[in-house]
Design a protein around this ligand. Structure first.
Ligand code: DGY
Length: 326
């Protein structure tokens, strides 16, 4: 008899087909958004599940789903998982690292460019029929090439952004991270380690790529925004909650900083209402990894993790070590 697995959100049909070769699959191609209680009921009797960042796997759910052996997140971030609770319940947790690194770094750079060069603001102006003449200062933005980029969070994606900035745009790259990169990696990224205050005070553009945790909650709030240059821009492709969105909206309104590019939001898909009224912010709906090729690779890696763990006993990209009961 085939084991049962549940796919919590819509995915590519090819990925479902690869799962059906091994498992009895319940999908959610209709994209029903389940409450935590409904998700718990859906996961009862399932050996494995694929989730995205919106489905929370915590101790209460795990206690009600004793047959669950593995949950594969179709994301590199996993702040929707209570990993210690999963380990305690002997549930394997996996994510999708590497396959989205370069695509996400591309998007971080795109958002930086769009913010600094006021791309969406000027497009809205043109579409509104307001373009009647050329002016020397029309949508004059901030320089990207040759400027200083401060990257907070220097994991794989941060390093990808650093390489683009240093090698492609001749930017000076400074970074702050929990741990310093090896001299080799610093040389490859042409990046210099600095303290958080130095980064905030020196950078022309600040890029956030830190993972979300209780420790990184509101890494950027009013105090940090006050340290930034008034001409600086801030880009967040990490997670909602890393930035205090209310404080950011106020800083943008007061022109305390020049602009922001945001792909992630506190309480998304809700967006702080003040942000929606401002011109000097570029807003995108959490799409940094969204190319067809990369989303396919993420979905397939999540499925392959279920297959590898449930059929062969070893996940491909594990987040925890699980003691399997004899
Ligand atoms: C990730 O992979 O963490 C992206 O943010 C998509 O959720």
């Amino acid at each position: 008899m085939k084991l049962k697995v549940f796919v919590g959100r819509p995915v590519f049909e090819e990925v479902l087909d690869s799962l059906r070769q091994h498992f009895e699959v319940t999908d959610n191609q209709a994209d029903v958004l389940f409450t935590p209680e409904e998700l718990t009921r859906k996961l009862q009797g399932q050996a494995g599940a694929i989730t995205t960042g919106t489905e929370r796997i915590d101790a209460a759910l795990l206690a009600a789903c004793p047959q669950l052996k593995v949950v594969a997140n179709m994301a590199v971030g996993f702040n929707n998982f209570d990993v210690p609770a999963m380990t305690a319940a002997a549930v394997q947790a996996t994510n999708t690292p590497d396959v989205l690194t370069e695509t996400t770094a591309d998007f971080g750079f795109a958002l930086l460019m769009a913010t600094a060069r006021r791309l969406t603001e000027s497009e809205h102006f043109l579409r509104a029929g307001k373009w009647t003449k050329w002016r020397y200062d029309m949508f004059a933005g901030a320089e990207v090439h040759g400027s200083t980029l401060g990257i907070m969070g220097m994991g794989r994606i941060g390093q990808g952004i650093a390489r683009r900035a240093a090698h492609g745009f001749g930017m000076q790259v400074i970074y702050h991270n929990r741990s310093r990169l090896s001299p080799d990696l610093e040389a490859q990224c042409k990046a210099r380690y600095v303290s958080k205050p130095e980064l905030l005070q020196t950078a022309d553009h600040v890029m956030l790529v830190v993972p979300y945790s209780a420790d990184s909650h509101h890494t950027i709030g009013a105090a940090e925004l006050a340290q930034m240059k008034s001409t600086a821009t801030l880009v967040n492709i990490a997670r909602g909650g890393i930035v205090d969105d209310a404080a950011l909206a106020q800083a943008l309104k007061d022109r305390r900083i020049a602009g922001a590019g945001l792909d992630v939001f506190e309480g998304e898909p809700q967006v702080h209402p003040e942000l929606l009224t401002l011109q000097n912010v570029v807003l995108t709906p959490h799409i940094a990894s969204a190319t067809v090729k990369t989303r396919m690779a993420m979905a397939q890696l999540a499925a392959d993790n279920l297959i590898a763990y449930l059929i062969r006993g070893q996940a491909l990209t594990p987040l925890n070590t699980v003691q399997v009961q004899a």
